[in-house]
Design a protein around this ligand. Structure first.
Ligand code: LP5
Ligand code: MN
Length: 246
């Protein structure tokens, strides 16, 4: 089979959507097994308040299913999203996944490709970026992690509610990527192909930056169905998965 890699993001795995977890485990047992690498570009989990989240049966099963996949020789790479940026060493040990920094420039079957979660491209969403700066502060994270698991989960849930409320007040445009931020990022990295998630607006965008033709792939979320992007030396193609596939 041709060497190829798969990309997924924004699965938001949690106990309340078991059909999506099933679809994910089925995907790991089928399509993902034939790939050379699986890249998870953020928000694998609905939220992650620390690696003691591995005490949940679903989370432990996700880690072990990924580990099984790595044992078959498939490389698994994991990038933080805005929901699961506290995934750390205990999770990577349990899953066999390697953490990727955001952004990461890779040689993807011969094509320079920039991988991101996508939230940092949404530069019009200043309220979010301020919040992000706060929760990415190492001192804040260290303090947060001293709290008991249940207290952290309650805070995360509270924050989810606040976030949903805040999003209703924001225009759709504000929550999409900013075109100048995308152009600046592509310029900075030598005009690669870009793959990201986060915005839940799956698409293939063709754009020209400083006279260079670039492609920006946006991955789909796994709310109502699942999906992945498959890339090989000839290019990329998006596929949708439905529960009927599982
Ligand atoms: O996640 P999504 O796609 O629905 O919305 C995002 C932005 N929201 C977030 C918040 C997360 O959903 C909350 C879950 C994170 C759990 C992390 C656990 C560890 C930290 C726990 C901290 C208690 O990322 C949303 C964007 C949207 O994407 C589109 O890009 O708009 O941003 C917001 O809604 C943020 C609001 O604009 C500002 C929120 C202010 C909340 C202030 C509370 C301060 C709490 C102090 C803790 C630091
Ligand atoms: Mn996200």
């Amino acid at each position: 089979m041709t060497a190829h890699s798969l990309f997924i993001s924004d699965l938001h795995l949690c106990d309340s959507r078991p059909e999506i977890s099933r679809l994910f485990f089925h995907f790991l047992d089928t399509e993902a097994r034939c790939a050379d690498a699986l890249y998870i570009l953020g928000d694998l989990f609905e939220y992650w308040v620390g690696d003691d989240e591995l005490s949940s049966p679903l989370n432990a099963r996700v880690a072990s299913a990924l580990h099984e996949l790595t044992k078959t020789g498939v490389h698994v790479y994991l990038m933080h999203g805005n929901r699961d940026f506290l995934l750390a060493q205990q999770f990577t040990s349990a899953s066999g996944a390697r953490l990727l920094t955001d952004p990461s420039l890779i040689d993807l079957h011969g094509t320079p490709t920039l991988l991101m979660h996508g939230d940092t491209l949404c530069t019009d969403d200043q309220a979010y970026l301020q919040f992000r700066a706060q929760v990415h502060d190492p001192a804040w994270q260290a303090g947060f992690l001293t709290q008991p698991l249940a207290a952290r989960q309650a805070l995360a849930q509270q924050l989810r509610n606040q976030s949903e409320h805040a999003k209703q007040e924001k225009s759709a445009d504000i929550m999409d990527v900013n075109a100048d931020a995308v152009a600046q990022c592509l310029r900075q990295h030598g005009y690669p192909r870009l793959i990201h998630g986060h915005t839940h607006r799956p698409a293939q965008h063709m754009l020209a930056v400083d006279g260079h033709d670039c492609t920006r792939w946006v991955l789909q979320d796994w709310y109502h169905s699942g999906g992945y992007l498959r890339c090989d030396a000839h290019g990329c193609e998006a596929f949708t998965l439905t529960s009927a596939n599982a």
